[in-house]
Structures are given as structure tokens and as C-alpha cells.
Design a protein around this ligand. Structure first.
Ligand SMILES: Cc1cc2nc3c(=O)[nH]c(=O)nc-3n(C[C@H](O)[C@H](O)[C@H](O)COP(=O)(O)OP(=O)(O)OC[C@H]3O[C@@H](n4cnc5c(N)ncnc54)[C@H](O)[C@@H]3O)c2cc1C
Length: 389
């Protein structure tokens, strides 16, 4: 049986590993953490609606179910010419037939970033965010700023959706506690039209919601620096905040950047449409670590990541002659599909393709649908129910 080494056990690594097992490959999954952290449902940690344990899958259980060899260790080097990788504890590993990169992205460096917390970072940050919100609630008042940064080098790596979700969830949480009038919530972003990839209608809907929920907005102003007391903009105006929740744009993973593999200007590994890394016929990449090429509104998304995982397994099997069929391309699967949660009052179904740009409000049920998706997703990943979406 041919051996595939999958690096990273997030949405992409776990899905690719399942798909490769189904194609009959011997799979080793390498993860620096002993759990798979499901980002889309982590947005409820800051308001206490979900606990850390609710948004993880222990990898030991996952590996046992799918008969995957699991190594908990950090990949510190990839040597593509010699077909070797190096792990922090275990050292050098070779002797595999294929390598799949699924180690996600890092963040663009910004001045004073240590004064902010991101929902798109380490799980510990979401927990710290929750604790800071509890502190402010116990004080009975506060100013919270929410924002995300842009990436002119690779616009697919801008992550605004989860920031809006946390903002609307915090707003809802404070309303429920009867404290909303005592808190100032501000949204900020350097681009003039944050969220525009969802289309003009979605933008005006977001604006309406900001007005309805009395959320202040500062857009089109570049950020100079984050300070412990708030955000300093390029025109030297200052947004005073007790807590800044901010997601910088994504940036390529340093292990990939240092490997000599081809990367784009933002450090994402270049792949062809079959997800094969340019110039290396045994290396594939899926998800956030890859340079995704598509229409201007293209975003790095979980569901596209999963599709890429299946495409990789299929294409490896076809190239190996294990199955018949044409090679598949990820490009036809590029769209944006997400349920933007707004707390128990509902969610907005965001969809973007070449033909359509929609943001449909789904009161109450939308929130329950996202909750149900989380339950389904964990059961599916542990092989307890089949894949539906
Ligand atoms: C808060 C949030 C909410 C989101 N909501 C949605 C949504 O509603 N819908 C949607 O479609 N998408 C959503 N996304 C986007 C989606 O989660 C990502 O596109 C997806 O997680 C990408 O998967 P990935 O496997 O490429 O990366 P990741 O999920 O980031 O996984 C990378 C894995 O690699 C591991 N790793 C990193 N470095 C190393 C190393 N050196 N050695 C070993 N392991 C390593 C990490 O620990 C991690 O487990 C959301 C993202 C965030 C952050």
C-alpha cells in the first residue's frame, strides 16, 4: 500500500486523510496539537455559548476510527528535493510516496498586534477573549472594537466573516444581559468596503444592521498601530477600547516559505488546478496554506478546503492507476457559502458565485442550523454518520 504523509489536522488535513483512506492509501497524519479545532463553531467561545471541549475532536479518536497513523509533533522543515520532512521531537521522516500540505496559514505581522485578540488564532485566544468579556461585564461597562485587516498581496486571505459573527454575537449577549446601552461597540477595517466580496446587497444589509444595533463604524482608514488602550489610525485619530478583537489578514506558513517550494507574494504555496504543488509531482496542498486562484471575490474557506481534500485523493488515485476517470480541478468549486451567525436571533446565509451574490437573513432558525451543522460535522468526522454537505 502506498504511503501518504498528511501535514496538519485541521479541516483540510482530516478531510484529505479520510478521502485517502477511502481510496485505499496508508495515511500518516501529523499534527502539532492532539485535537482538531473546528474554527467555524469556535465563534461561540467568546460569549460562553460554547466551551473549548465543544469545538474540538480528539485526534486519537479520529485516527482510530479511520485507521490512520497519528503523530503529534510539529513539522519544522520540509525538504522537497530529498523527499524528507523534519519534526521537532521525532526528527527526520522519509520513505513516503506522497506529501499533502494542510498546515493552514499564519497572520500578516502588524505593529502592536500583541494588544489584540483574534478569533482566527490559537484556541487560547478565544478563551482569553471570553475572560476579558466576562471582566468587562462584571465592571458593567466597556468599549470593544472589532476589526479585520486587508492583504493586497493575496485578497483570498482576508477573513472578515468570523469577525462579524463575533461582533453580532457579543452585541446579542450584551442585549440579553440588559447591558448593551453601557457598552460601545465599534467595527473598524482599513478597506473602504469591508465585506464587499459578498456583493453590494450584502454590504448594504450589513450597514443596516450596524445602524439597527447601534454599532459604530470606522472604515477606509489604515491602521498605524495597536496600543494597550486602543487603535491608532494613520491620520492619528485614536479609537479608545478596553478590548480589541482583530484578525489580521492571512499569510503563508513559514515552514512552507522556508522550504524552497514555489510560493506567491503572500507566501502561499503555488498549486495547479489538480492541487499538485508546481514542480513537485508527489506534493499536493489543500486549504488555507495554498494559493487559490479564482474570481476577485475568492476566499479561503472551509468547504472549499474539504473539496480540495477529496480532489487530492481522487487525483492521486487516478495518477497511480488505482481508478479510472479524469483528473479533477478545484477551480469549478470556488464559491462562498457560509451561515453568518448573529446569536440566537438568527443568521445570514451568505452565498457568492459568478452568477449570484446573496445574503439571506434567516431569523432564529439560521442560528439553530449552524448549531446543528456543528453536531453533524463532529459525527461525520468520527465516521458515525455519512457526509451530507
Ligand atoms: C473563526 C473562523 C470561522 C470560520 N468559519 C467558516 C465558515 O463558517 N465556513 C467556512 O467555509 N469557512 C470558515 N472558516 C474558514 C475555515 O475554517 C478555513 O478555511 C479552514 O479551517 C482551513 O483549513 P486548513 O486545514 O487549511 O487549515 P486549519 O484549519 O487552520 O488547519 C491547519 C492545521 O495545521 C496544524 N499545523 C500548523 N502548523 C503546523 C506544523 N508546523 N506542524 C504540524 N501541524 C501544524 C494546525 O495546528 C491545524 O490543526 C472560518 C475560519 C475561522 C478562523
Amino acid at each position: 500500500m502506498k504511503k501518504v504523509m498528511v501535514l496538519g489536522a485541521g479541516i483540510g488535513g482530516t478531510e484529505t486523510a479520510i478521502a485517502l483512506r477511502k481510496e485505499g492509501y496508508d495515511v500518516t497524519l501529523i499534527s502539532k496539537k492532539p485535537y482538531f479545532y473546528i474554527y467555524p463553531i469556535s465563534i461561540w467561545i467568546p460569549t460562553g455559548e460554547a466551551k473549548f471541549e465543544d469545538v474540538i475532536i480528539p485526534l486519537e479518536e479520529f485516527a482510530k476510527r479511520w485507521k490512520i497513523e497519528l503523530i503529534i509533533d510539529e513539522v519544522i522543515k520540509i525538504n522537497p528535493e530529498e523527499k524528507k520532512i523534519v519534526l521537532r521531537e521525532k526528527g527526520e521522516i522519509s520513505g513516503f510516496d506522497y506529501l499533502v500540505l494542510a498546515i493552514g496559514q499564519t497572520k500578516k505581522k502588524e505593529k502592536g498586534i500583541e494588544n489584540t485578540l483574534s478569533i482566527c488564532g490559537n484556541p487560547e485566544e478565544a478563551i482569553k477573549m471570553r475572560d476579558r468579556i466576562i471582566e468587562l461585564i462584571s465592571k458593567g461597562e466597556g468599549k470593544i472594537a472589532f476589526g479585520f485587516g486587508g492583504n493586497p498581496k493575496d485578497k483570498t486571505a482576508v477573513r472578515g466573516g468570523p469577525v462579524f459573527e463575533v461582533l453580532f454575537n457579543v452585541d446579542y449577549h450584551l442585549r440579553r444581559l440588559g447591558l448593551r446601552d453601557r457598552f460601545e461597540l465599534t467595527f473598524f477595517a482599513p478597506m473602504p468596503k469591508p465585506g464587499e466580496r459578498l456583493g453590494e446587497k450584502a454590504l448594504s444589509m450589513l450597514d443596516d444592521m450596524f445602524k439597527k444595533y447601534k454599532i459604530k463604524k470606522i472604515t477606509g482608514k489604515r491602521i498605524k498601530e495597536f496600543k494597550p488602550e486602543g487603535v491608532l489610525f494613520e491620520d492619528d485619530t485614536f479609537l479608545k477600547s478596553d478590548l480589541v478583537i482583530y484578525t489580521p489578514a492571512g499569510w503563508g506558513h513559514p515552514v512552507i516559505a522556508d522550504s524552497g517550494l514555489p510560493v506567491n507574494e503572500a507566501g502561499f504555496v503555488k498549486i495547479d488546478e489538480t492541487c499538485m504543488v508546481e514542480g513537485f509531482d508527489y506534493i499536493y496542498a489543500v486549504g488555507d496554506c495554498a494559493a487559490i486562484e479564482g474570481p476577485p471575490w475568492t476566499a479561503k474557506q472551509g468547504h472549499l478546503t474539504e473539496v480540495m481534500g477529496h480532489i487530492v485523493a481522487h487525483n492521486i488515485a487516478v495518477r497511480d492507476g488505482k481508478k479510472e476517470g479524469a483528473l479533477k480541478s478545484y477551480k469549478g468549486h470556488i464559491n462562498i457559502l457560509c451561515l453568518m451567525d448573529m446569536g440566537a436571533r438568527g443568521a445570514g446565509l451568505a452565498y457568492r458565485s459568478d452568477k449570484k451574490a446573496l445574503l439571506i437573513p434567516i431569523p432564529i432558525l439560521g442560528h439553530l442550523m449552524k448549531k446543528a451543522w456543528g453536531v453533524y460535522y463532529k459525527l461525520y468526522k468520527l465516521g458515525k454518520i455519512p457526509k451530507i454537505i
